[in-house]
Design a protein around this ligand. Structure first.
Ligand SMILES: [Zn+2]
Length: 118
């Protein structure tokens, strides 16, 4: 189970245990984490891929944007793509970032999965 941002100051209550500083609920019932997980970004329905090398010391990354997914779905899709290409990667700010240039392959893969890829 994922907890709230543990960098924030946590409050301990003898009745409820550790309290989330954001929503004031016990961490087990923390609603902000649930809300965060449920957020789906508004997109125009078109998935875009770009290869970015800027500021990465020559190490490029494939950035996939425009996916209308919630956090779990993002992680699931990122995992699928990483396994498919044997690449490292991460989910960040509603984008999937893959280490290396996988624009072509990822576009094909997403097409197969039914995404509208530009
Ligand atoms: Zn919370």
């Amino acid at each position: 189970m994922k907890n709230c941002d543990l960098n924030s100051r946590l409050v301990y209550s003898t009745e409820q245990g550790v309290i989330c500083p954001e929503c004031s609920w016990a961490l087990d019932n923390c609603i902000c984490q649930k809300i965060k997980k449920a957020i789906i970004p508004v997109t125009d329905g078109v998935v875009r891929l770009r290869y970015e090398t800027k500021g990465r010391k020559g190490k490029g990354m494939t950035i996939i944007t425009g996916l209308a997914l919630n956090e779990d779905e993002f992680l699931e899709l990122a995992k699928k793509l990483k396994q498919r290409f044997g690449a490292g990667g991460a989910v960040k700010d509603f984008t999937i970032q893959l280490q290396g240039d996988f624009c072509q392959q990822a576009a094909q893969e997403l097409n197969k999965l039914g995404y509208n890829v530009k």
